[in-house]
Design a protein around this ligand. Structure first.
Ligand code: FES
Ligand SMILES: [Fe+2]
Length: 398
């Protein structure tokens, strides 16, 4: 941009929290002590997204979810009464894991150690050796230990506390209001990608909450679609702050023409490459040249939305420099072969884009750990990084 040109202006429809404009410290990305504080003060006190309800659709269906940052293994299971419940995957006899498979359908779970049997409502149905336990041992009190669980729009969240200070809906607040019109129930999962990079969970998360990097990182997969005159730095069109959460709208170059295959496939169904903004629950600010919304649910869940598709990321900390990252891609259910083609196109385009996103993560972590930099320099293009760190600081201080 020449010195006389005006920069592209990002709109802020909600109040921008007072966060200062100084550099951000590197220590939160590399310090084990900081990570331990995050574990106690953030992850043990937040609603955490763990599954889609449609992954556990029928009575008896179950799925085991491991949450490294809590050290937990949970069973999510739908009872014969149709109710979705969550339990710790621990036998109340001597502590063995009760569910051995990652997923399945079962009326209950038989512990492989001494044969206690738990129903999928959590009750202890059969207590092997019952007559040998001391008088007063109450089988009714030895059911699986429940975990706090709630759903919103089919997203299953757990909370590490028995009685959270906020309901899930209260916690999601304005983010839920914004996303409620989106027809999540009309979409189906078309792909899941996973990786465990050697990088702090915030290094990984930060790489997905700004568009600035598109000018370099995505120059192969998405050339000129996210950055071009009059917005050469890929500034966001708008950004909204919903309590601890935030929603960012990415700009689309109106002159961009995808390669021919993208144009053809785009006639048959929604794809990541087609930026139409007429769809419920997207482009909340009605921005011109809008591409898609990056919706960050604090602390570690994204639900990015576009016209006919959405994709989610979970950033699960394993240690101060190891993260388990998962991406699930959903698109409108295909009604014909062309719809399947559109799904394939989205799946492959996003695979290529996230492979590019991964190209910087481990190098960034390695160099941060040298201690050469004590701070990183943050622009307005990266306001989401500042907000995430601001909220973490608030939670650590509370
Ligand atoms: S530990 Fe499960 S039955 Fe003994
Ligand atoms: Fe990216």
């Amino acid at each position: 941009m020449g010195a006389t040109e005006q920069p592209f202006i990002t709109k802020y429809p909600t109040a921008v929290p007072a966060m200062g404009d100084g550099p951000l410290p590197v220590a939160p990305y590399i310090s084990r002590e900081f990570f331990e504080r995050e574990r106690e003060k953030v992850f043990k006190r937040a609603w955490l997204e763990v599954a889609r309800a449609e992954d556990i659709p029928n009575p008896g269906d179950y799925r085991v979810v491991d949450i490294e940052v809590l050290g937990w293994s949970l069973i999510l299971t739908r009872g014969e009464d149709g109710q979705l419940r969550g339990f710790h995957n621990i036998c109340t006899h001597r502590g063995n894991k009760v569910a051995q498979q990652k997923a399945g359908n079962a009326r209950g779970f038989t512990c492989g150690f001494h044969g206690w049997v738990f129903g999928n409502d959590g009750e202890l149905k059969y207590m092997a050796g019952e007559e040998y336990f001391p008088p007063g041992t109450d089988r009714c009190k030895l059911g699986l230990k429940p975990v706090t669980l709630d759903t919103w729009n089919g997203f299953v969240f757990i909370h590490p506390q028995a009685e959270p200070a906020q309901t899930l809906r209260e916690f999601l607040g304005g983010m839920a209001d914004q996303l409620d019109p989106f027809p999540f129930d009309r979409c189906t999962r078309i792909a899941r990608y996973e990786a465990t990079p050697r990088a702090n969970w915030k290094v990984v998360l930060d790489a997905f909450q700004e568009a600035f990097h598109a000018i370099m990182v995505h120059r192969a997969s998405l050339p000129k679609s996210a950055a071009a005159a009059p917005n050469p730095s890929a500034a966001l069109t708008s950004a909204r702050f919903h309590g601890p959460h935030r929603s960012l709208s990415a700009w689309a170059n109106p002159d961009y023409r995808p390669p021919e295959v993208g144009m053809i496939v785009g006639k048959y169904g929604p794809t990541f490459a087609t930026a139409k903004d007429q769809f419920p629950g997207i482009n909340p600010n009605r921005d011109e040249n809008w591409w898609f919304d990056i919706n960050v649910v604090f602390p570690n869940f994204f639900c990015d939305t576009g016209p006919g598709w959405y994709f989610t990321y979970n950033f699960w900390p394993i240690s101060e420099n190891r993260t388990r990252w998962t991406m699930d891609i959903y698109q409108l259910k295909a009604e014909h072969a062309g719809g399947l083609l559109a799904q394939e196109h989205t799946k492959i385009l996003l695979r290529d884009a996230v492979l590019e996103d991964f190209s910087t993560l481990e190098a960034t972590q390695q160099m941060m750990e040298t201690g050469v930099l004590t701070h990183i320099t943050i622009s307005e293009l990266e306001i989401a990084l500042r907000h995430q760190m601001h909220i973490i600081d608030q939670w650590l201080a509370a």
